[in-house]
Ligand binder design. Sequence first.
Ligand SMILES: *[C@@H]1O[C@H](CO)[C@@H](O)[C@H](O)[C@H]1NC(C)=O
Ligand SMILES: *[C@@H]1O[C@H](CO)[C@@H](O)[C@H](O)[C@H]1NC(C)=O
Ligand SMILES: *[C@@H]1O[C@H](CO)[C@@H](O)[C@H](O)[C@H]1NC(C)=O
Length: 320
Amino acid sequence: MLLLPLLLLVVILPGGDNKDMFQWPTSYHIIPIWTFANSSWAQNQGSGWDSDLGTTIFLKSWSKGNFSDEEMTELQDPFGVYFIGFTRVVQDHVSEFQVEYPFVIQVIAGCELHSGEAIGSSLRGALGGLDFVRIQNDSCVPAPNSGSRGQKFCALMTQYQGTSNIIERLLSETCPRYLLGVLDAGKAELQKQVKPEAWLSSGPTPGPGCLLLVCHVSGFYPKPVWVMWMRQPGTQQGDIMPNADWTWYLRVTLDVAAGEVAGLSCQVRHSSLGEQDIILYWGHLAYIGLILVAIIVPSLILCICLALWFWRRWSYQNIS
Ligand SMILES: *[C@@H]1O[C@H](CO)[C@@H](O)[C@H](O)[C@H]1NC(C)=O
Ligand SMILES: *[C@@H]1O[C@H](CO)[C@@H](O)[C@H](O)[C@H]1NC(C)=O
Ligand SMILES: *[C@@H]1O[C@H](CO)[C@@H](O)[C@H](O)[C@H]1NC(C)=O
């Protein structure tokens, strides 16, 4: 059945000039999702565990932090009980909560290391994509605009005191201990700095007389990065995507009139680069293109003219 989730590290952007800010991932979250199709069919999924094999997936040697194998196994029990138990509890209370099948419940739960040593833990639950409850500092708080559902859920939590205590302990004791252990054990890898590579290309033309310029930035670590088409208001940033080698990739596009591309530049700022931003000029590519056109087109015309001339001479000679 369902077992312990794997690392799902969420990055917090280092802010301002605070040199003490952590530059590596500083939070740990699990994201279980329950799908209820009808009164007899429900499924639970989440990042990092394999519900069919019943095994926990540890991708890194330091994924267990400083927890022993025994401790990890012991931890899996309350998780299993919690996930299965929760499915039943929800099925038993569907009419009370006035929800209609099919519906989805999403949860994000974990802990976060703030600058200094303070650690905050929280759990947020959403029903049909809307927040309905939050558990923080030992208390269950209905989300604003959740109607009576949030309140009913918190009332239910007090009924299931045993489960509530387990959740509370996992959030406020186990998670911080695990997070600190992982941050320490994986320090070398989590604090590494890998420089990005950047290149420009043009994307599919958005319309007549327009160009889509694409600035690609790839292979960087850690995740926070700043990429802009300089002084251009229409810059659009995609999501930062993972590469297979634990580095990141980002593309930033710009929609411009074809006549206005010369001299545009894409600027990349990343902690691994220090003060040396990468700046790529679209103009350089365009100039190379112009030079090629300037050489190839006249050469072609010349060749055609020569060919015509020879052909006409040859036909005259044949006639005369
Ligand atoms: C419940 O949903 C599952 C999955 O969609 C489906 O296979 C099953 O037939 C449904 N059962 C009923 C009683 O509607
Ligand atoms: C939770 O507790 C921490 C530390 O005890 C405190 O800083 C934070 O403001 C509290 N959060 C809420 C929502 O009460
Ligand atoms: C693991 O690391 C945490 C945080 O540094 C510490 O509190 C704990 O005692 C260590 N050992 C175990 C077995 O958790």
